[in-house]
Design a protein around this ligand. Sequence first.
Ligand code: ADP
Ligand code: ZN
Ligand code: MG
Length: 479
Amino acid sequence: MSREDYEVVIGLEVHSELSTKTKIFCSCPTEFGGEPNSHCCPICMAMPGALPVLNKKVVEYAIKAGLATNCKIANISKNDRKNYFYPDLPKSYQISQYDIPLCTDGYVEIETENGTKRIGLTRIHIEEDAGKLNHDEYSRGSLVDLNRAGVPLIEIVSEPDLRSAEEADIYLKKLKSILEYIEVSDCKMQEGSLRADVNVSVRKKGTKEFGTRTEMKNMNSFRSITRAIEYEAERQIEVLEQGGKIEQETLRWDEVSGKTFSMRDKEDAQDYRYFPDPDLAIIKISDEMIEKIKSELPEMPENRRERYIKEFNLPEYDSNILTSSKYISDLFENAVKICNNPKAVSNWIMTDITRILNEKEQEPNEIPFSAEQLGELVILIDKGTISSAIAKKVLEELFENPRNPEEIIKEKGWIQISDEGAIKEVVLKILEANPQSIVDFKAGKDRALGFLVGQAMKETKGKANPQMLNKMFLEELNK
Ligand code: ADP
Ligand code: ZN
Ligand code: MG
């Protein structure tokens, strides 16, 4: 048997930190960072006798996420204690949800090579995040920082419906985009606001039964997830091909070696002894509350995509890319409000802005300039104040030190030369320096004109108005 005879099966448990102002069971701030243990109180530090109070916003945000992913919302739900010991978990239990999660039976649609595919969601539940251990700083031991303890999370558990690393990647990006659209999480993966436990198994094609899965916890980069799935699938196939058995276990993905390693604690050996938290009341959710949240859901990516095609006459391709990130989509719409040139804004975003983001390895929400500044840039091109060659330089400048584009071109002396006299001077100078091009042009070689215009652009450092150059060269050459 070979690789092609196997099928990969993947299910993701995605943890997303909610962007409520305060923590899930106390009024400490959820803000990332800060001096260690400065965002804490007796409740999130688990002082004996401290009592949790559920933050209503957390329930609302989770319902929002459930509605945006086609889930059923429970009318009655509760919080349970998940008991385990780890130094970053001060209570020795995590408050989570066990048998009655807030949201169940949803799905997310992803676009794959073979069309639209539905990925089932088993459930979405709320829980509290743990603290962090700082291992490196002091060689004497580990220090615990509880700023993150009690930050609200939703856990979104998918069905094992994904069939390749690529599908998992598309699914995760789609989920991230949905969470950003409904503004329940900032989804900053580098800060751990979005992280996934990745479950992988393989089976022979055509088999009904799933194979035994392994799990890689807390992964927070798209690239590592893709690599880890590919590696782990290969490893499992090899084990099976050699007559071995896959153990259900938690693995650690090592980015440097590109391999997975056993962490030796067998998943089913864990007994979390779940039971309802006696300090917290039952969560009651009225149909009115669900309806209210539903009515407040913003326009989702699919709807925006359709609207861009109709309202702005954009190709489906553009619309897809622009709406894949809420940040980009908002940037686009707000820039269009300024300059009223959707296709131009779309082109800038899809080509130069995307290229620069890739070079800088930055996320769209790290773009330093505003939609207004992008809109102004397009206006300057449309008015003929700057050429598109100069506009590219202005864009680079906007990334480095964002300010009004008009200011940038004044400061740098980049205003386009559209003065007839000045253009004529350049044209004559270039013609005099290139007699062969004149001969070539007269002999019917049209390329000579392009060459001359190029030389004139070089001479003026890209500042000459290209249309005027073209026109004037033609006039002179045809004399
Ligand atoms: P646990 O918390 O013990 O890992 P959950 O039921 O919360 O269990 O999550 C299990 C995850 O593993 C789900 O995302 C599910 O889709 C996935 N999964 C279950 N069985 C398999 C399998 N055979 N292969 C791949 N993924 C699986
Ligand atoms: Zn607190
Ligand atoms: Mg798991």
